[in-house]
Each structure stands twice: as C-alpha cells, then as structure tokens.
Design a protein around this ligand. Structure first.
Ligand code: SF4
Length: 193
C-alpha cells in the first residue's frame, strides 16, 4: 500500500488554459493510495518544489506523481526534490499533460478527460514502483563490432579514434561486405575494394 501525492501543474497558462487542472486534481483524489492531490502554478519553481516537500512531510508520502511537462525537461528536477525531502528518488512518476495534451489539443473538455487518463496511468504505475539504488559496476572499455561491412569498419575506426580498443568480427573470410562486391563507386569511380 503506497502513500501517493499527486501534483498537477498549471505551467502558467501553458496547461491551465486548456486543461481544467482543478478538475483533474479533484477527480483523481479518490483513487486508492492517493492521499494528497493538489494543483500548483509552477511545480518546478522554488515555490512549487517547496509545496511538494511540505506535502511529503504533512501526508507522510512515500511516492510522488507530477503531472506537468515532458519528463525530458524536469524529471531530474523532481527526483532531486523528493530525494531532498527524504524519499527514494525512484519513487517518482511523471505524466506529460503539456506536450502530449494541452499543447496539442484545443477542446477543453476532451483535453481535461485525456489529462485525467494520463494521470491515472501514471498513478497506476506509481502504485507498483519499488525503491531503487544506484550500483556502480566496473566496465571493460573494449568494444565489439559485429560485421565487417562498411558500417562496421567505419564504426570500428571511429571507436578506435576515440581512444578505445575495438575487436571486429566477420562471418565471411574477408571484410568489406557488399562494397567489396562492387567494381567502382560513383562519383569518384574509385575501386571499391
Ligand atoms: S514543471 Fe514543467 S509544466 Fe510545470 S511549470 Fe515547470 S516547465 Fe511548466
């Protein structure tokens, strides 16, 4: 049984002008495991992150869902935020209701319903999250390129130029692939082999 807090971002008018964020927060409040749901003007701002940290303490949250922009933009921001509040950073899930919803839809009612669906899916995933820890493994800095055609040979050369050892393997007796079967190549008419 998780204790999930869900935060719905307005992003100023970026999201709130199309999606009824208050309605999203009200709708998902009754989902099992959701113990806190609120909308925030700018979730990634110092004020927004402060509100998330306060809610973590007040509601004893163990998992956080933020419905906002793309995870590519602010997932690390929120992972650091919840970690600083004492949670495992991987107890976090993000729903993209900006790029995948408010920015691509004009119909408010339908966009709000879609946002509710996206947030519900994020909550369903959050209910199954487990705390993770970062493990560091020693890595042998040696690349294996499978296939000695033009692409394989060029990849092997690029890797070796970057300073790494490379082993290239080819199933045929000679390298060169299809290129070696051609006589000349346009536009220089160089000998392919
Ligand atoms: S978290 Fe994303 S959607 Fe929310 S205010 Fe920041 S940039 Fe905008």
């Amino acid at each position: 049984m998780s204790r999930i807090g869900v935060f719905i971002c307005h992003c100023g008018t970026n999201i709130a002008s199309v999606v009824d964020v208050t309605k999203v927060a009200e709708t998902i409040r009754d989902i099992p495991d959701v113990v806190a749901a609120q909308d925030l003007k700018y979730s990634c701002s110092a004020l927004g992150q402060g509100a998330i940290k306060t809610a973590i303490k007040e509601h004893n949250l163990d998992t956080v869902v933020v419905a906002a922009c793309s995870p590519r933009m602010h997932e690390p921001t929120f992972m650091k935020c919840i970690e600083s509040a004492g949670l495992n950073p991987y107890q976090f899930e993000m729903a993209n209701i900006r790029e995948q919803c408010s920015w691509v839809h004009a119909d408010q009612e339908k966009a709000t319903q879609k946002a509710i669906g996206l947030v519900k899916m994020a909550i369903a995933k959050a209910q199954n999250l487990v705390p993770l820890s970062i493990t560091k493994m020693p890595v042998t800095k040696h690349a294996l390129v499978v296939g000695g055609g033009i692409a394989g040979m060029q990849a092997a050369l690029d890797i070796s130029k970057a300073g790494y050892k490379v082993t290239i393997v080819e199933k045929n007796p000679s390298i060169g692939g299809r290129m070696a079967q051609l006589e000349k190549t346009f536009p220089t008419l160089d000998c392919s082999a």
